[in-house]
Design a protein around this ligand. Sequence first.
Ligand code: NAD
Length: 519
Amino acid sequence: MTATTPTTSAPTDSTATASTTVTHWIDGAERASTGDAEQPVFDPSTGEVIGAVALGSVDDVDTAVASAARAAESWGQLSLAKRAGVLFRFRELLVAHTDELAALVSREHGKTIPDAKGEIGRGLEVVEFACGIPQLLKGELSDQAATGIDVFSWREPLGVVAGITPFNFPVMVPLWMAPVAIATGNAFVLKPSERDPGASLFLARLWQRAGLPDGVFSVVQGDKVVVDALLHHPDVAAVSFVGSTPIARYVHDVAAAQGKRVQALGGAKNHGVVLADADLDDAADQLVAAAYGAAGERCMALSVAVVEESVADALVERLAARARSVKVSAGDQPGAEMGPVITAAAKARIEGLIDSAEAEGATLVVDGRGYVVPGYENGFFVGPTLVDHVSPEHTVYEEEVFGPVLDVVRVSGLAEAIEVVNANPYGNGTAIFTASGEAARTFRRGVKVGMVGVNVPIPVPVAWHSFGGWKDSLFGESHVYGPEGIRFYTRGKVVTQRWPHRDAGPAAVSFHFSGDAQK
Ligand code: NAD
């Protein structure tokens, strides 16, 4: 197989526009569903329906996986140099089309344009990592491991692998998976979120224009029906999932029971610890951006400030002032710092959790309920919300809010802060703000969390490290992208090899396992 001829023209026909239904991408082309199920896609800033998404069937999954299986046969045999060439071209196209893609993401998701560009940039990093696949897949050789015997090992692709992704990063999360899966020689079937499906087809067209053979990247739109069909399909060798904890647990358990390799990343409750010696203005700036950016709809959002009591009043005062001044508007409005949440149901749920905080005795310092953005009265907006005197028993603390709500938990010092972080069932990310290297070291060594920031609020690892949480934030062994991603999408093979020496007479033979004669 050779990669198809790339082009660099714009994927103008790829966006989810009003009145269109976002369909599947199978065998290198848009394909309608076999059934007629679909659901609306909204512009969260206006509350208007801007299109629809097809909800695929078991038949659609079968068609996509069959196409992927055919494509995987030859793609996995293609030289590393040719595969890397496709990745490099995809990288160029992604850079060239960032503005269009960011506008599409902002429209369907609601996040600001700079934030959408930011997520594309973080996905691009993984593409660039995967461009190094010839180096990343270099095997190992033990020359003369025993007399006349060489041993060498390398890793081979799995075949067809699936990715199931959440709404909050419709570009970045698919790009945590697909570039690594494809670079390692697999065919990748994506099941994106049905709430903002347009980016998946945009990416599909870019892959095609980069020269990726048909069937190596496919998209099946849909909901649980499609997910279950992928989890049960005998030709899907591995499943990568990112989403909420209950679904992550379900996907992990079902896929593992089917004998599949699975990595399932779940939800989070990320604590930002502020010690008394921290620069409080800097900590407040960082916390506000990390709590309210993307309307709190980030798995690495800091949703809890754990503050040393002696500086808590001073910090809360700073947080409140900043929360009140966040510029909330539609994602495409100049200067907007925060957009709406994804759906009317999400808005109602978040406001219900703020109700519960008030009813359960926490102190509502800044209340984002009933927030109205002039000109966008029907948008799904929740204003920045700050809740003080939160304790771990409060519902607003127990639940992953996934909205612009920052809880403040007051503690006596570092030891209690670490206890609070570790008592939480999630373990995705955390951060500490301090001027003390000693305290930071104690914290980073003591917390049972997968990703830790020291004066860095959202410590999403760069692409050549791997991303993943602990405890209820990850089910399965493997983190995504980086070195763990390479291992996840491949399996090892080892050859032990001897070439008989004609002049040396017959080789020594032993009836005993690993006999001395071989050494
Ligand atoms: P979600 O769990 O509702 O959906 C994720 C995916 O699962 C979607 O593709 C969806 O169609 C599918 N799905 C939903 N319900 C299902 C069911 N019953 N059976 C099978 N499949 C189902 O998550 P979401 O609301 O789209 O995304 C937000 C969640 O994702 C948050 O909890 C957030 O923390 C988490 N998240 C985690 C990470 C991480 O790296 N750990 C990253 C991003 C988002």
